[in-house]
Design a protein around this ligand. Structure first.
Ligand code: SAH
Ligand code: SF4
Length: 408
């Protein structure tokens, strides 16, 4: 790798097409290096925009010579050889794959936290979502390969593992062991040396009680669940094809609220889905009051190619979507201010992630996934990677401030 793209012989754009804005960014950025084409630089587009737009990318950006969706990454080396031996244009666009990303070549930038993809693709068909078209069908890795990777990471000094997938809960071990997600989670939590395990994302339909039970059993499984609801209106949920009602979602929230440990709960919400009335939107605001999320990601509905929602009527105008987004974010901000303030006076264990020199604070993350910046009384070289108890002294809408209560 080089420090500046100007010095690279091969420039790869890793792309996202979940919303239109991300997709447009790719095409804008592709223009930045157009003038370098023909000077021996190779340009490639990878990821979901590559999968979605395919060979059309060559028309829009003729200096690109490689277009490759994620399912074809195992063929990447082979494609580069083709280019070097004179091919003008190479594509990897097949979604007909068993590929499960079982690779020894993962780049790890953070020395303490490692990500493990346990399942790829998605078999759901949410009406707004492009993922099933860009990532293909679900395929899970064997439990043996996941556990071996987790053990290897622990041996190399990693202490936090995040299990990844579009829908981790529908994980199904393809080997005879046949573990479900709850079992896999429990077993990763037992790997010696691993102090924290997180996972994302959970689809509410597949979020079963056994997952909460597994988390209750073992504090290594972090105090946080991300459970995207998308809307508080059962009518909108049905037209989104989310496969659960508001009541079914609330049952899962109840499991978490009545569990043995206190869990932090976060979500994703889309505003302005076609047909969403003021009344539907009000139900989403009411849901926020009822659930009291610790944080959320909110999005304006963005029409995506190939999806069922494209054909839906009663499109919500852009300015109304914007109004709803702001109303939602304001309500959530007030909830977060209150919820974070409740933590003042308590002690949280943090994993130290960095240092803010300007504020003379260390940056920590709690098990419940909050940023907790803190002062440490001793002069020490670095606390990064340490787990320390920190007393919370102040709070804001998005983070906490505290002081370290141990000597190291
Ligand atoms: N598999 C996850 C979601 C992955 S996409 C799940 O089912 O929950 C991450 C988030 O992007 C989604 O939860 C949704 O809130 C948002 N999103 C996806 N498609 C979108 C679209 N077309 N417009 C706006 N937001 C979208
Ligand atoms: Fe997209 Fe998630 Fe629905 Fe799959 S489950 S279609 S990834 S929103």
């Amino acid at each position: 790798q080089v420090d500046e793209p100007e010095n690279a012989g091969l420039v790869l754009y890793n792309t996202c097409s979940i919303r239109d804005k991300a997709e447009q960014k790719v095409f804008n950025r592709l223009q930045n290096f157009k003038r370098d084409a023909g000077k021996g630089k190779i340009f490639g587009v990878l990821g979901c925009v590559a999968q979605q737009e395919g060979e059309k990318i060559f028309d829009r950006a003729p200096h690109v010579s490689l277009v490759c969706g994620s399912a074809s990454y195992p063929r990447f080396g082979e494609m580069l050889v083709q280019l070097e031996s004179g091919s003008r244009r190479v594509t990897g666009l097949s979604l007909d794959t068993e590929e499960t990303f079982d690779t020894p070549f993962t780049r790890r930038d953070n020395p303490h936290r490692a990500y493990i993809t346990i399942i790829e693709g998605c078999d759901k068909s949410c009406a707004y979502c492009v993922v099933p078209f860009t990532r293909g069908p679900e395929r899970s890795r064997t439990s043996e390969s996941v556990i071996n990777e987790a053990r290897g990471l622990a041996e190399r000094g990693f202490t936090e593992i995040q299990l990844l997938g579009q829908n981790v809960n529908s994980y199904r071990d393809p080997s005879p062991a046949g573990w479900d997600f709850a079992r896999l989670l429990a077993e990763v939590g037992r790997v010696r040396g691993i102090r924290r395990v997180r996972y994302t994302t959970s689809h509410p339909r597949d979020f079963v009680k056994a997952i909460v039970d597994a988390m209750d059993e073992n504090p290594v499984l972090c105090d946080h669940v991300h459970l995207p609801v998308q809307s508080g209106s059962s009518k909108v949920l049905a037209s989104m094809d989310r496969l659960y009602t508001r009541e079914e979602y609330m049952r899962r929230v109840e499991w978490l609220k009545t569990a043995r440990r206190k869990y932090s709960l976060t979500t994703d919400i889309i505003v302005g889905f076609p047909g969403e009335t003021d009344r539907d939107f009000q139900q989403t605001l009411d849901l926020l009051d009822e659930v009291q999320y610790d944080s959320l990601f909110s999005f304006k509905y963005s029409p995506r190619p190939n999806t069922a929602a494209l054909a839906m009527e009663n499109v919500v105008p852009e300015d109304e979507k914007q109004r709803r987004l702001i109303a939602l974010q304001e309500k959530q901000r007030a909830i977060q201010i209150r919820r974070n303030a409740e933590l003042i006076g308590g002690t949280q264990e943090v994993l130290v992630e960095g240092r803010n020199q300007a504020l003379a604070q260390w940056i920590g993350r709690t098990s419940c996934n909050r940023t907790l910046n803190f002062a440490h009384p001793e002069t020490v070289d670095s606390l990064v990677g340490r787990y320390l108890p920190v007393r919370v002294t102040r709070s804001g809408p998005n983070s906490l401030v505290g002081e370290s209560v141990t000597v190291v």
